[in-house]
Design a protein. Structure first.
Lengths: 128, 352
């Protein structure tokens, strides 16, 4: 996969890395068992501190997306490890609540929100 | 013979400096980042012309001096002086480019770093099984030494000057250890160069990512092949030096001619390919852009020396010319320098 990091963005670099890796998994660009570069190698290529990469990898490991394989290093985990569950859905609902409440306060059209959701899913999955 | 060699060395030196502007990445002019479209800018062209003119003038002067007084001593001094002069001419162009850049106010694009996570899984260097040929050269030297040991004279010649006078000798057991030891170190060094080619920091353009990855990969692989062959030739030459010490090769002229032809071929191929492909293969495609991509002049002292304490990378792409350089803000870089100096000092002490 291609990582594209904006070095001067307000979004922290570890967050950008997490988002892009998760997106690649969602788009099936990255699949179970695919290897990712070692912490040192990725840090050198991007030109950032080792802690930055460690932080991104640790978050992704905690969320079940990545796992350390004794032979291959950091690899993409099996789908079961990060499959959606009740806890995740509860968290997602809270996130969406915050976002939607603001849009309701601003009097945004519901159909527009619906279209947004559809187009995002279409972008990632290629279909709805 | 010496006449020809010293003139040839001066010509190669001059040509490699003249080729600099044509091998560097298209968005770098004399160590300064520019938009690729600025390569056709009249002021940039003027600086380049001046650089080429001065370098040619200096080169021809050195060749004439060498022709007038052609000796080995003059060659040693004039190589050193000419490299200093060429670098000074470069630094002049660097300063002019720097002030031109602040005048021109070219637009700076987004500071995006693009990484291919599968980069190191691609074919970047020759397959490690080829290193066996390096080992074979060393083994062959060892076998010849063992078989011939009893017939050899007690004292061996290990250094001969260009007119065939023996300038250094050693007792045979010490001489064999010295010659084979140097061989092993040089072969290990050539393997280390391959490791650098594989590990060096990625330098992928964010403007035409897919093509840029392809260019980078084919550049690294070609350089890897050329340097592998060069390493093998150096190994063979060192094997011949051993045969020369053993007086199996008697005529010093044949030895010198074979050595020169064998080593200059890959060097010329290297220069030719570098001009064709450009640093990191950047001249294999011709995307033109009006914005400066990834402004990082501040980390390149004089456009030559990379110094970035925040970058954990040790091996990086060179700014000027082709190949790879080091991050001078890392302790590992200085440790490597120390090891190299130690090797040189030890080999000088041993040959005394």
């Amino acid at each position: 996969m291609i990582l594209s990091i904006d070095m001067v963005s307000d979004i922290p670099i570890y967050t950008q890395i997490c988002h892009q890796i998760i997106k690649s998994i969602a788009m099936k660009d990255l699949q179970e068992g695919d290897e990712l570069p070692s912490v040192r190698s990725l840090a050198s290529d991007i030109g950032v501190n080792l802690h930055t990469i460690n932080k991104a990898y640790n978050i992704l490991k905690q969320d079940g997306f990545l796992v350390v394989n004794r032979r291959k290093g950091v690899v993409v985990n099996g789908q079961a490890a990060y499959a959606s569950n009740a806890v995740y859905e509860e968290g997602l609902k809270k996130h969406m609540e915050t976002l939607l409440i603001e849009s309701i306060a601003r009097g945004m059209d519901y159909t527009l929100i619906d279209e947004m959701v559809k187009s995002i899913i279409e972008d990632v999955k290629g279909e709805f | 013979m010496t006449d020809f060699i010293s003139i040839f060395i001066h010509v190669i030196l001059m040509v490699s400096f003249l080729a600099y502007p044509y091998m560097s990445k298209r968005d770098v002019a004399f160590g300064i980042k520019i938009p690729t479209s600025a390569n056709e800018d009249d002021d940039v062209l003027k600086i380049r012309k001046q650089f080429l003119g001065l370098t040619t003038l200096a080169g021809i002067t050195f060749i004439i001096i060498q022709l007038i007084n052609n000796s080995e001593k003059v060659l040693m001094i004039s190589i050193f002086i000419s490299v200093v002069v060429y670098i000074l001419i470069y630094i002049m162009a660097y300063r002019q480019m720097k002030s031109l850049k602040s005048e021109k106010q070219w637009k700076v694009g987004p500071n995006t770093t693009v990484i291919d996570t599968k980069f190191r899984n691609r074919k970047l260097i020759v397959s490690p099984k080829w290193y066996l040929l390096y080992a074979l050269v060393v083994v062959l030297s060892g076998v010849v030494s063992i078989l011939k040991f009893d017939e050899l004279p007690d004292v061996l010649r290990i250094q001969v000057n260009s007119i065939g006078e023996v300038t250094n000798t050693m007792p045979k057991d010490k001489a064999i250890l010295y010659l084979i030891g140097t061989q092993i170190i040089v072969m290990l060094l050539m393997v280390f160069v391959q490791v650098i080619i594989k590990k060096a920091k990625q330098d992928i353009s964010s403007q035409d990512t897919e093509q840029s990855i392809k260019n980078n990969v084919s550049f690294r692989f070609m350089i890897s092949i050329i340097l592998y062959v060069l390493g093998l030739i150096v190994g063979i030459v060192m094997f011949m030096a051993l045969l020369f010490s053993f007086e199996i090769i008697k005529n010093e002229n044949t030895f010198v001619i074979i050595t020169l032809v064998l080593t200059f071929v890959p060097v010329i191929v290297l220069i030719a390919y570098s001009v064709k492909a450009g640093q990191d293969g950047s001249r294999l495609s011709d995307v033109s852009s009006d914005v400066i991509e990834k402004e990082d002049d501040e980390f390149w002292k004089l456009g030559l020396i990379y110094y970035n304490p925040k970058d954990p990378a040790i091996f990086v792409s060179k700014r000027v010319g082709v190949g790879w350089s080091l991050n001078h803000a890392r302790w590992q870089t200085w440790a490597m320098f120390l090891v190299i100096i130690a090797f040189v000092v030890i080999s000088i002490l041993l040959s005394k």
